[in-house]
Design a protein around this ligand. Structure first.
Ligand code: ATP
Ligand code: MG
Length: 398
């Protein structure tokens, strides 16, 4: 879709902002450019809409060298969002959003109607339409910036650190909203950040740059965490990449056991026979009631008589990841994670060691599959890695 062929950008002062970049960005996906300050992310992004012209090499869009397209025409198909939103202070929110359609010559009414739809799409109330940008919070302004970029429905969206200027809570909200929007819109998005967590959360593919405008690795988030190309990437990705990788393993694939899961009607003797320090007591629908410490059970009677220790939190086999499962084990009074199905009924339990062993097995199997797919993808294009396990469900909390 967007292809860089040996693209360099050198400035007259001797700075190499981008150095022989070759990269192919998939249509309909989010590619994140990430790396330390000054490594050429913004320059790379701006070469896509010709705000910066390369010194060497070719950038093409859908197979067409972008030098053959005049810049205004090119930019009509490319939305652009920047940090602090860059809104026009003297225009209302609605007119800010309607900017591009108005430039394209739509009549005012049609442009404003479309802008109002976009305001709703990015989750802002209609009454904000008449306000001016300085009457909005930073997060709200950022949403208006996204709405403005999307208003003329461009197939490509360039986003340069769009969520960097807001506090972590608003940032997480904007990211979640952005993921939801992209599921609806399927734009081809190039997203710049210097934050590896944001890159992993949002990217289908991630390009890691090092200082000097060199591409260090181009991969799926999962492969970046599992197989950093070198020490620079490993350092950049961070010490806790082992934990973060768990986000890519679907909890449904983990081995669980149900020996320690007993109904409240079970006799105490049965709990002792389970030979476990704790048993999980469930109701007739197998919904969890709480933990019973076997050593503290009085002989005779059933588990209904036991005083139960609260559950901690469960994880869902439908949608949660191994990271959520491990967290559930670590926070459980019994040190056992409780896996439930869509109805909240207990499927089984596992401790941290069992979860870890199960995760390793799943990752090993997925790793083999990913390498096979990457090999076949590489025969088509060297720099493009097929979307493989980034599609794995359970990535919701990555
Ligand atoms: N017009 C210019 N003239 C000279 N050097 C420039 C110019 N624009 C950018 N550079 C240099 O090119 C390099 C890459 O800049 P770029 O803005 O692409 O970095 P970045 O990765 O976006 O950094 P940041 O994370 O700080 O935004 C930097 O060393 C920068 O100083
Ligand atoms: Mg930048």
């Amino acid at each position: 879709m967007i292809r860089f062929d040996a693209v360099s950008k050198n400035y007259p002062n001797g700075t190499t902002a981008v150095d022989e970049l070759s990269l192919e960005l998939a249509e309909g996906g989010i590619t994140v450019l990430v790396g330390p300050s000054g490594c050429g992310k913004t320059t790379t992004l701006r070469m896509i809409n010709r705000m910066v012209e390369p010194t060497a090499g070719t950038v093409s869009l859908r197979g067409r060298d972008i030098r053959e397209v005049n810049a205004p025409e090119l930019r009509r198909g490319i939305g652009y969002v920047i940090q602090h939103a860059g809104l026009f202070p003297h225009r209302t929110v609605l007119d800010n959003i309607a900017t591009v359609p108005m430039l394209l010559g739509w009549n005012k009414k049609k442009a404003r109607t479309r802008a109002a739809e976009l305001l709703e799409l990015v989750g802002l109330p209609a009454e904000m339409a008449k306000r001016y940008p300085n009457q909005l919070s930073g997060g709200q302004q950022q949403r208006v910036g996204v709405a403005r970029a999307l208003c003329a429905d461009p197939p490509v969206l360039l986003m340069d650190e769009p969520f960097s200027a807001v506090d972590p809570i608003v940032r997480a909200e904007l990211q979640a909203e952005f993921i939801r929007l992209q599921k609806e819109l399927h734009k081809t998005i190039v997203f710049v950040t210097h934050d590896i967590d944001e890159a992993i959360k949002l990217g289908d593919n991630i390009a890691v740059f090092r200082t000097g405008g060199k591409l260090a690795q181009f991969d799926t988030p999962e492969r970046l965490l599992a197989h950093p190309a070198d020490d620079f990437v490993a350092d950049f990705v961070g010490q806790d990449r082992g934990i973060r990788r768990l986000s890519f393993v679907n909890a449904a694939e983990l081995p669980l056991r149900d020996g320690p899961v007993l109904p409240a009607t079970a006799p105490v003797a049965q709990a002792r026979a389970a030979d476990e320090p704790w048993v999980l007591v469930v109701d007739e629908g197998r919904r969890p009631l709480g933990w019973a410490s076997v050593a503290e059970l009085a002989d005779g009677g059933t588990l209904a008589d036991a005083s139960l220790t609260p559950l901690g939190h469960t994880f869902s086999l439908v949608g949660d990841s191994a990271r959520a499962a491990l967290d559930s084990a670590l926070l459980s009074p019994a040190r056992l994670a409780v896996g439930v199905d869509a109805e909240g009924a207990v499927v089984g339990v596992a401790d941290a060691c069992e979860l870890s062993a199960g995760t390793t097995a799943v990752q090993a199997a997925a790793g083999e599959q990913a390498s096979t797919e990457a090999e076949s993808a590489s025969s088509e294009s060297r720099a493009t890695v097929g979307k493989t396990s980034a599609d794995t469900p359970g990535g919701g909390d990555r």
